[in-house]
Design a protein around this ligand. Structure first.
Ligand SMILES: NC(=O)c1ccc[n+]([C@@H]2O[C@H](COP(=O)([O-])OP(=O)(O)OC[C@H]3O[C@@H](n4cnc5c(N)ncnc54)[C@H](OP(=O)(O)O)[C@@H]3O)[C@@H](O)[C@H]2O)c1
Length: 336
């Protein structure tokens, strides 16, 4: 067993695109569990675009990160030493482990939950984790789909978008996904069964949205913001719902960020645009998790993970979300 604990710290608050110098890989002494504590060995860590905002301290729904702090992140770990009967050696737990290979907790200082035996660990970090819950509450509670609705989704081959798109299909909607490669678009219209896909990097997006959403868009589920949001706003049906889940196209911008030009169409189309943070629905996570699990077991939901090996590749994996290298949930396998 290793004698050091590799950690990745915040080295600089990023400005513009993420850089390797924003992170610092260090070797800390291996922590030792005290009374009531367990030693955890990280197995997988999850990546999300919001981490960029956490590094910049732009997001006010999480505590600020200081230079030298261990990067914040969610993951799964194996209990390798235990002085706590609730977490026996060999059990697999999940929680906000941070970007580090080992961690000591009593289960409360860093809250952890034991994963049920037999659970698919990558799925527990995507479709059955915060990602699935974000897609569920964004679509079902903010979007409120009605059978027959036309639903347009940006970032549709990503972790959240791919689940939101399938939930909209399950709700009986016509679903059009937007993504940044032919491979992603084929996955959307093939395995995921979407009605159409638009490759926003090479197609005329405005023309394709007009063509695929002829009666207007009833729900626009937005993960990207920017020009694509403006095109969607121009093509709303009456009483449309615009779900602002994320806006990755703006996360690396510096200086003044342009607002949506076409927001006034919300007035003409008597429509609503609403943002949300998934934790707003924390009291209902159990209910939604049960529904997602049932969809998965019944074969109504597909999920996909892009798994990068090696703890030292955490910064690359985070950067890859901004270049669109991932399909589905981006994870890093830290240990087997
Ligand atoms: N509101 C909440 O509570 C909440 C919770 C979780 C996540 N989110 C948000 O949901 C969105 C999706 O998150 P995720 O974790 O599921 O990530 P993801 O979609 O798996 O990964 C990000 C994807 O965004 C696309 N992208 C990157 N830069 C882009 C750009 N400039 N324009 C258009 N698309 C771009 C890339 O795909 P392409 O190849 O298609 O470009 C990339 O694969 C993010 O905006 C995130 O911040 C919100």
């Amino acid at each position: 067993m290793s004698t050091v604990n590799r950690q990745i710290l915040l080295n600089a608050h990023p400005v513009g695109d993420l850089k390797h110098s924003d992170f610092k890989l260090v070797e800390a002494p291996m922590p030792t569990p005290g009374e009531g504590e367990v030693l955890l060995q990280t197995m997988y860590l999850a990546l999300e675009p919001a981490m960029k905002g956490w590094m910049e301290n732009r997001a006010d729904y999480v505590a600020p990160l200081a230079i030298g702090d261990v990067m914040r992140g969610y993951g799964t770990a194996r209990v390798t030493e235990s002085n706590n009967d609730r977490f026996p050696v060999g059990s697999v737990v999940s929680g906000g482990l941070g970007w580090q290979e080992y961690l000591v907790t009593d289960g409360k200082s860093v809250p952890i939950q034991v994963l049920p035996e037999g659970v698919d660990i990558p799925a527990s970090m995507g479709v059955l984790g915060v990602t699935g819950l974000t897609a569920y509450f964004g679509l079902m509670e903010i979007g409120k789909p009605i059978e027959g609705d036309t639903v347009l989704i940006s970032g549709a081959a990503g972790a959240t978008g791919s689940i939101a798109a399938q939930l909209a299909k399950i709700a009986g909607c016509r679903v059009i996904g937007m993504a940044g490669s032919a491979e992603k678009c084929d996955w959307l219209t093939g395995e995921l069964g979407l009605d159409a896909a638009i490759n926003y990097k090479i197609e005329d997006v405005a023309a394709r949205v007009r063509e695929t959403c002829k009666g207007g868009i009833n729900i626009y589920y937005d993960n990207v913001g920017g020009e694509i949001l403006d095109i969607a706003l121009n093509n709303l049906a009456d009483y449309a719902r615009v779900v602002i889940c994320g806006g990755i196209s703006r996360y690396n911008l510096t200086g003044e960020i342009p607002g949506p030009k076409n927001y006034f169409n919300l007035v003409f189309r008597r429509s609503r645009m609403e943002g949300f943070i998934v934790t707003d629905f924390a009291s209902r996570f159990g209910e939604a998790s049960a529904i997602l699990l049932e969809h998965l077991r019944e074969g109504r939901l597909c999920h996909r993970e892009t798994i990068t090996d090696g703890f030292e590749n955490m910064p690359n994996a985070l950067m890859s979300l901004f270049t669109g290298d991932n399909i589905g949930k981006q994870l890093v396998r830290v240990s087997e």
